[in-house]
Design a protein around this ligand. Structure first.
Ligand SMILES: Cc1cc2nc3c(=O)[nH]c(=O)nc-3n(C[C@H](O)[C@H](O)[C@H](O)COP(=O)(O)OP(=O)(O)OC[C@H]3O[C@@H](n4cnc5c(N)ncnc54)[C@H](O)[C@@H]3O)c2cc1C
Length: 484
């Protein structure tokens, strides 16, 4: 039998592309199969949205600051990378989260699953909703299931089931913060499919969730022994530790940073592709994984398949920025007794949310300092990003003064801009994905992965990248290969 050599190119070195490349490197090593894999990344560094900076004893996350432990793929990858000891949960003694409501910070009642109560006691005692709002939410138990099938917006689903107040005051800021999106246009099926599923199965999402709190605690505690029962976890030195560990495990893979994939052509061989890459020779490969944002995938694939590119361009992205401010602890008057606060859109403030980073996590600020991180922008609220960095810092300081009474001068300020960073899964997103898959069926050996498609969170991107590597492996196993 001749030795079979397979070549793969991964375009995009964010967490999805790195996970795909890692999956390919691992399976090549375990099978001793000579897959030649190259990864090209347009930016000078790997990691995409994951960006940690260490400045003067502060650990600052420019993009994501943590990931959900209930979705196991992030924690599991850390374990595989030998990082289990580096994974940390949120500080268990400061577990409060606040919601800015009518001029003050109200504590979010304990036991909410993304805004829906799993325990009644703390919820009934909360000042966040009026009695009318609480009664309307309780009436959810009596509201019949929706008859029509098909997608609906997040706001339509929760308004129908839980009422206006619960949607606007709790659910909207918690859920749409994850997507930096607009509840009127985000798809419930593509963002939080568990809730319509609960409606279908139990007839009520409140009934389905009541009593589940204890079970959830056990699940998250069981995953890694040094964690508190925390939903969100990170790494001691920041999320870039994961990027570094992944990069170190890529083995013989060729990694080219600072090189943008420009265009893809079908090469002569069936299922083969030739990829034009800025600053280097075109590369002919047997399989191609495109792990870029969908709009960059559209540019890359335009000359190969205009219809596929049009479908990809139809996934919109919202722009955001994070602004981290460090203060001397001795000057700081606010007690920071929690993880931070979210701001409902109806409050009309510039802030989406503020994390009290040094209270939420250990190892984020020197002992004599505190660190806060503000989140601004998002779908329909992007005008704020036209301001200069200095303007954004002044704006956030004014907001912190109004909401928390912070008047102190920061000793550190960092602004990270994320243009077209958060994919918006609009109503109909799943149908769009089906149409994309239909086009892809015409292009054997071409695969798409990344936040634009099947989940924006880090664990989803990891799962999708690893699954894509498996698909490439299965594709090769079916016999698409070149003998050398
Ligand atoms: C401010 C912010 C906060 C967030 N917070 C969280 C959080 O706390 N928890 C969480 O789980 N998720 C969070 N997310 C979401 C999560 O970080 C992202 O969805 C995820 O990191 C995206 O990974 P990716 O690999 O799909 O894409 P990216 O990270 O965007 O990587 C794609 C890469 O492709 C490269 N590229 C593009 N075009 C080309 C080309 N033609 N040729 C070569 N390379 C190309 C880009 O330079 C980029 O590096 C946050 C996102 C942002 C922006």
């Amino acid at each position: 039998m001749p030795t079979v050599s397979r070549t793969v190119l991964v375009v995009g070195g964010g967490i999805a592309g790195l996970s795909a490349a890692y999956g390919l490197a691992e399976s090549a090593a375990s099978r001793d199969s000579p897959t030649q894999c190259t990864l090209v990344e347009a930016a000078p560094r790997l990691g995409g949205k994951i960006l940690t900076e260490q400045v003067g004893g502060f650990v600052i996350e420019g993009g994501p600051d943590s990931f959900l432990s209930q979705k196991p793929w992030g924690v599991e990858l850390c374990r595989r990378l030998g990082l289990a000891d580096r994974v940390i949960g949120t500080n268990p003694d400061r577990r409060k989260t606040y919601v800015y409501s009518k001029g003050r910070l109200e504590e979010l009642p304990e036991g909410l699953a993304l805004g829906v109560p799993t325990r009644l006691g703390p919820f009934l005692g909360s000042g966040l909703l009026s009695w009318k709002g609480k009664l309307r939410l309780g009436a959810e138990l009596l509201i019949p299931r929706r008859r029509e099938r098909g997608d609906e917006s997040l706001s339509s689903f929760f308004r129908r089931r839980l009422g206006d107040e619960a949607l606007e005051r709790i659910i909207e800021p918690l859920m749409t913060g994850i997507y930096a999106g607009d509840a009127d246009s985000l798809s419930i099926q593509a963002t939080f499919p568990r809730f319509p599923e609960m409606e279908r199965q139990a007839g009520s999402i409140v009934r389905a969730l009541l009593g589940s709190w204890r079970r959830q605690g056990q699940i998250s505690r069981g995953q890694i022994s040094n964690l508190s029962p925390s939903s969100f976890v990170t790494l001691q030195g920041g999320l870039s530790e994961m990027v570094q560990a992944l990069t170190a495990r890529l083995g013989h893979l060729r990694v080219l940073t600072g090189h943008r994939g420009r265009a893809v052509r079908a090469s002569g061989a069936p299922g083969g592709y030739e990829v034009v890459i800025e600053g280097t020779e075109p590369l002919a490969v047997d399989a191609l994984i495109v792990a870029t944002p969908a709009y960059d995938a559209a540019l890359l694939l335009e000359s190969l398949d205009g219809k596929l590119a049009a479908l990809l361009r139809g996934i919109p992205y919202a722009s955001t920025a994070t602004i981290s401010l460090g203060f001397r602890r001795q000057d700081f008057s606010h007690r920071l007794d929690g993880y931070g606060f979210v701001v409902p859109r109806i409050e009309g403030r510039a802030l989406l949310a503020v994390t009290w980073t040094s209270s939420k996590w250990s190892h984020r600020a020197p002992d004599d300092a505190v660190l806060l991180r503000a989140y601004v922008g998002g779908a329909g609220r992007e005008a704020v990003l036209e301001q200069s960095d200095g303007g954004l810092v002044s704006l956030v300081r004014a907001e912190l003064r109004a909401v928390m009474g912070v008047t102190e001068v920061p000793v550190l300020a960092r602004v990270y801009r994320w243009p077209r960073a958060m994919p918006q899964y609009l109503v109909g997103h799943l149908e769009r994905l089906a149409a994309i898959d239909e086009r892809l069926a015409r292009w054997p050996g071409l695969f798409l992965t990344g936040a634009g498609y099947r989940g924006v969170g880090i664990p989803d991107c990891i799962r999708d990248g690893l699954d894509t590597a498996e698909c490439v492996r299965a594709y090769f196993d079916k016999g698409a290969s070149r003998a050398v």
